[in-house]
Design a protein around this ligand. Structure first.
Ligand code: AQP
Length: 330
């Protein structure tokens, strides 16, 4: 049987090159080796307040970006999480087998909660919903950036606990980290991960940023006081710029060293800018074509949900049976 891959992105802001190099770009490369499901996880996005009209628009924008980046709708399923009710249903069933202590250890919860005035319970339960997304489809492989590793471990723990309480039910999902680009850092602060919800210009390059904005953001990126690139002593800002270049170019470490050693930071930034623009321009062009035909996009979203719903419903039915929840017999 072809292994199944599942991953997702929250429509919680503008997709950036971290999302592309850590997730979307890798999905495109690996999709045909698997049965692939890529989700736009709007139920996750609302764990932090989203303006309703912006959220609605972002879901479509991200679906169009998936296609523009190269997700093949003839092969892979693009699923808007909220259109398949089984995600929410399984999340509740799994909540009931998840110890609170496990959730209290999640570093992303601690970081996001610290940034909120009032913390919703949804933010706390976020990793259980993510476990439900994965286990619902009995996914074998989950490609994510480094920041999501802890959540994935938790999904495995939840699956294991359920299996030992109620009998073998869930497939154990494996993580797949990209070799380069697993963690793209903020261009304004290379000690913090590039994030959709971070505010302020200079932090991220969005996939739909025009070339002039990309140039401005990268040319202003934080570096260090060395006179040029030194692979032994470079600080996190320079490392981040090189990491972005390498992830876009697929160059080897030897190629990177031979080309960049001793290069002045102004020239390094110019090259990272040119590389980034050259990779984003074709995506932006395809994006413009896709959004010009809203009916096409709606059709892809509907077809994605229709295709995965039978699997999702079957898993929920099995889980309910195992737990002794009422299920119709006739
Ligand atoms: N900076 C990053 N570098 C590499 N990969 C990243 N990902 C996110 N940021 C980086 C990967 O993108 C996928 C989708 O992420 P998400 O939307 O589920 O949420 P996130 O990880 O919380 O991403 P953001 O951009 O930081 O969003 P907000 O600000 O809304 O929380 C995941 O595979 C993630 O690893």
């Amino acid at each position: 049987m072809t292994p199944r891959v599942l991953s997702g992105i929250q429509p919680s802001g503008n997709l950036h090159i971290g999302n592309y190099l850590g997730a979307l770009g890798n999905w495109v490369k690996m999709q045909h080796d698997y049965e692939s499901i890529f989700c736009i996880v709007d139920l996750h996005a609302i764990t932090v307040y989203q303006k309703p009209e912006e959220l609605r628009a972002k879901v479509r924008e991200i679906a169009a970006l998936f296609l523009a980046a190269g997700i093949d709708p003839q092969h892979s399923r693009i699923v808007v999480q909220s259109t398949v009710a089984a995600h929410s249903e399984l999340a509740w069933l799994l909540t009931c087998v998840t110890p609170m202590g496990w959730l209290e250890r999640m570093t992303q919860f601690k970081a996001k909660a610290a940034a909120q005035e009032s913390v919703g319970d949804g933010l706390f339960q976020y990793p259980v919903l993510m476990a439900a997304d994965i286990l619902l489809y009995q996914a074998n492989i989950v490609p994510v950036g480094e920041d999501q590793m802890q959540h994935l471990e938790l999904a495995r723990d939840i699956a294991q606990r359920f299996n030992s309480l109620y009998g073998e039910t869930f497939t154990m999902p494996a993580t797949r980290l990209p070799l380069v680009g697993a963690r793209v850092m903020g261009l304004d602060d290379p000690t913090a991960k590039m994030s959709k919800s971070a505010t302020g210009s200079g932090h991220a390059v969005a996939l739909l940023d025009p070339p002039a904005t990309i140039k401005k953001t990268i040319m202003r990126a934080t570096t260090d006081s060395n006179p040029g690139v030194d692979f032994e002593t470079m600080g996190p800002g320079v490392q981040n710029l090189l990491n972005i270049f390498q992830a876009f170019s697929d160059w080897t470490n030897d190629q990177m060293k031979a080309h960049f050693t001793g290069m002045r930071y102004g020239d390094l930034k110019k090259q990272v800018t040119e590389m980034t623009i050259s990779k984003l321009e074709p995506i932006q062009k395809r994006y413009a074509e896709i959004v010009a035909d809203p009916g096409y996009l709606e059709g892809i979203i509907r077809a994605g949900a229709d295709a995965v719903r039978p699997t999702a419903d079957a898993t929920v039915r099995l889980v309910k049976e195992r737990m002794g929840i009422y299920t119709e017999t006739a």
